[in-house]
Design a protein around this ligand. Structure first.
Ligand code: SF4
Length: 331
């Protein structure tokens, strides 16, 4: 019987090359793409990558338990709000579960030793191996020859000499290998993880300090709009047509209130959390302030959701902009 592995596939170049090196040794690989709520296009790259590799693709969304990883990472954060070691342990845990379901023998990752300062040091890789329950079963083909032998290498399932000994941030060899293999479409390492981005990190930290019971949908909302917190409510105001549409897609039908100004160009606003007269008014004022109405215009802001429907008259003045500025999360 052919050996079988689970390959963590982000769609980035390193993960694609790593899986390819294992496929080339006759291993059946099931690619696992883990969908993070605040990452869009990166996840979409997994399909063409799996197709190019000729492997089956399984997608898994992170659950509520991932929120605890973000809130309280055992091994701390990187330069943003990125708890990379804990995040990797979480992902490897999902890979281990799929490995058990699929009856696979080991896991393959695109890790490159010392490529990332937080999660790819030797110590970090050791922690990830131990905490994921996969010690000896994580094969990292791009750096395998710099790392301890894994079980499939010891058992002769994999030929270690056909793997690489990459270490550090220089990507020259990966790019050469991709060109040699005719691989042209791929992402950058860690590219697209907004948790490493300073502005996004501020948004995420503010969410975690302002909202007690965070959902996966709350994390997805962080990618869209301007964010405000007032009176126990989280108010998100769309910045473009595309964001307005995304906000409507993410709107929770049971609890969220949607607002917009009628008759002029308007953002979609989502009011989530405590829906009271005062938070509804705050959301209406913000919607008016970011609409195409004149700054001294009286506007009707329509709202619907959470069992309510109606409109609020907002008398705008110069103070509205200052009000919006006071509530806005500075990024
Ligand atoms: S870069 Fe983002 S997705 Fe990757 S391990 Fe770090 S936190 Fe997780």
């Amino acid at each position: 019987m052919r050996p079988k592995a689970i390959g963590l596939l982000s769609g980035g170049l390193d993960s694609v090359l790593a899986i390819r090196m294992v496929v080339d040794q006759g291993v059946e690989v099931v690619a696992l793409n883990i969908v993070l709520p605040f990452v869009g296009s990166r996840s979409e790259r997994a399909e063409p990558a799996a197709e190019w590799l000729g492997v089956r693709l399984v997608k898994r969304e992170v659950g509520r338990d991932y929120i605890e990883v973000l809130r309280n990472p055992r091994y701390g954060y990187g330069k943003g709000f990125n708890p990379c070691i804990d995040c990797r342990v979480y992902m490897l845990g999902l890979a281990r579960r799929l490995m058990e379901q699929e009856g696979a023998d080991f896991v393959v990752t695109g890790d490159v030793l010392k490529q990332r300062p937080k999660s790819q040091t030797q110590d970090a890789l050791n922690i990830e191996d131990k905490c994921s329950g996969l010690k000896g079963l994580i094969v990292r083909p791009l750096s395998a020859r710099c790392l301890a032998r894994t079980v499939p290498e010891i058992e002769g399932i994999l030929d270690r000499d056909r793997f690489l000994d990459l270490s550090g941030r220089n990507r020259k060899q990966q790019l050469e290998l991709a060109a040699e293999l005719g691989l042209t479409e791929y992402g950058t390492p860690a590219g697209g993880c907004p948790l490493t981005n300073r502005e996004f990190a501020i948004k995420a930290r503010t969410l975690f300090s302002s909202v007690q019971d965070i959902s996966v949908n709350d994390l997805a909302l962080l990618r869209q709009g301007r964010h405000f917190y007032a009176g126990g409510a989280h108010i998100i105001v769309g910045k473009s047509q595309r964001e307005n549409e995304s906000l409507l897609d993410l709107k929770e039908p049971d609890g969220d209130v949607e607002l917009r100004v009628l008759d002029v160009g308007s953002p979609v606003t989502i009011l989530r959390g405590a829906v009271t007269a005062s938070t509804l008014l705050a959301a209406a004022r913000l919607t008016a302030a970011y609409s195409d109405s004149r700054s001294d215009e009286v506007v009707d802001v329509w709202y619907s959701g959470s069992g309510l429907e109606g409109s609020i008259v907002v008398e705008q003045s110069a103070g509205e902009q200052a009000y919006a500025a006071r509530l806005r999360i500075r990024t």
